[in-house]
Design a protein around this ligand. Structure first.
Ligand SMILES: Nc1ncnc2c1ncn2[C@@H]1O[C@H](COP(=O)(O)OP(=O)(O)O)[C@@H](O)[C@H]1O
Ligand SMILES: [Mg+2]
Ligand SMILES: [Zn+2]
Length: 400
């Protein structure tokens, strides 16, 4: 059976825990000096190594090998397999009540079979008020050779009296570079090709979450095709910058029709309306901070900022029902429907159709100008503004 990467490559000793150097050093010293705290609190975002580290610590203090954990002795193996009687792991997300806690507390009253009883209370922010209260008494007067490890993504929900008794370790988000090299190591181990840049694209697609990145790698590997950025975008429904740029260009040059076609085709290919808006916002922010960019021929910084504001205010609409309609409606609000006054000077000089055509030929020398003019869709019944937008669009659409 194929074991998912995120389980197969769960860190089994402290040296395999990535990106948590301070925590790792402190815990290693505590074990070396036999200074084990009665209560630990591991906080930080999901998939940063809290549960893994809790299990590693449990193994380290219960292993009698010279270099702990050995991952070979009975104690280590049974902890790895989740059936060591001294190590009690509770998922508070599904056991949040006081009864489950009472049961745990009862079990701490017996001496450990091995060296230490370790109570890991995972997702402890879900515990009920009563459950916390019952733990309060137990953690008040530390029991010999018992340690509690609370893990949580929401530190603010931990009872402050427990917090003040606990040694707290904050698990940091792991950088995309570190995740990428961890993914490359997995690929080497599994003997398939993955270059570092593609690995980084996976980490980026999963916003720097280790577990999610490993799961995505697993999914991409299972697909059985070479792993490329295009495949990643396809699988994740990512809308890339060049698409967001195109949408912005069309929106700014009065071609809502084309935007509608592009957006519909994305939705048909499984990209979520929310991801489309997010990509546009992300791209706008990037362009605002760049002094020069082709987009500025169509949208100046103030206008880009306005787009960001509009999309940010309406973004929630694309998370619920009818999101495909909402995304169109929101983009329609941004779309320019008449000639921006910045472009007026261009056509104010034209006296006839020929002047417009001549200008077009000058701008786009290798273009079939006559055909374009024939097929032009008017704006508010007028050809001149439509022509200016058409020419500008053709000039810049493929620059990114
Ligand atoms: N710091 C890390 N170093 C190495 N792998 C990690 C790290 N954090 C998470 N992982 C990977 O993600 C999986 C889940 O990690 P876990 O310890 O359960 O995270 P958490 O409890 O913080 O949500 C692990 O099995 C491992 O594959
Ligand atoms: Mg966890
Ligand atoms: Zn061992």
């Amino acid at each position: 059976m194929h074991e998912p990467f995120h389980l197969k490559y769960r860190p089994r000793n402290l040296s395999e825990v990535i990106g948590q150097e301070t925590t790792v050093t402190t815990l290693q010293n505590a074990v070396n000096q036999k200074r084990i705290a009665p209560v630990y609190l591991f906080t930080g975002a999901k998939g940063t190594g809290k549960t893994s580290t809790a299990r590693i610590l449990a193994k380290m203090i219960n292993c009698s090998a010279e270099k702990v954990p050995c991952n070979k002795c009975n104690s280590c193996i049974s902890i790895n397999n989740g059936n060591n009687l001294d190590v009690i792991e509770i998922d508070a997300a599904s056991n949040s009540g006081v009864d489950a806690m009472r049961e745990v507390i009862e079990r701490t009253q017996f001496a450990p079979i091995g060296l230490w009883k370790v109570i890991i209370i995972d997702e402890c922010h879900s515990l009920s008020h009563q459950a916390w209260q019952s733990l309060l008494k137990t953690t008040e007067s530390p029991l010999k050779n018992v340690t509690f490890i609370f893990c949580t993504t929401e530190e603010s929900k931990v009872l402050s009296t427990i917090k003040s008794r606990a040694q707290t370790f904050e698990f940091k988000l792991i950088s995309e570079d570190k995740i990428a090299s961890a993914l490359v190591s997995i690929a080497n181990e599994e003997q398939f090709d993955l270059d570092i840049n593609t690995a980084k694209a996976i980490a980026t697609a999963k916003s720097g979450h280790m577990r999610d990145s490993q799961t995505l790698l697993d999914q991409l590997y299972t697909l059985g095709k070479p792993i490329t950025k295009d495949v990643i975008e396809e699988v994740c429904g990512i809308v890339n910058e060049s698409t967001a740029y195109k949408i912005l260009v069309y929106l700014g040059t009065a071609n809502y029709q084309i935007v509608k076609i592009i957006v519909s085709s994305f939705i048909a290919r499984g990209k979520s309306p929310h991801k489309i808006l997010t990509a546009i916002v992300e791209t706008c922010i990037k362009y605002i901070t760049q002094a020069e960019h082709p987009i500025k021929q169509v949208w100046n910084n103030k206008e880009l900022q306005q787009i960001v504001t509009t999309l940010t205010n309406k973004e929630h609409l694309t998370k619920g029902e009818f999101s495909d309609i909402w995304v169109q409606a929101i983009l329609m609000e941004i779309a320019r429907v008449e000639l921006n006054e910045r472009f007026l000077p261009i056509c104010s000089l034209w006296k006839s159709e020929n002047d417009a055509l001549a200008w077009g030929k000058e701008q786009l020398p290798n273009h079939d100008i006559d055909a374009a003019w024939q097929n032009l869709e008017r704006i508010n019944g007028k050809k001149a503004p439509a022509w200016i937008y058409y020419i500008i669009r053709e000039q810049i659409i493929n620059l990114v």
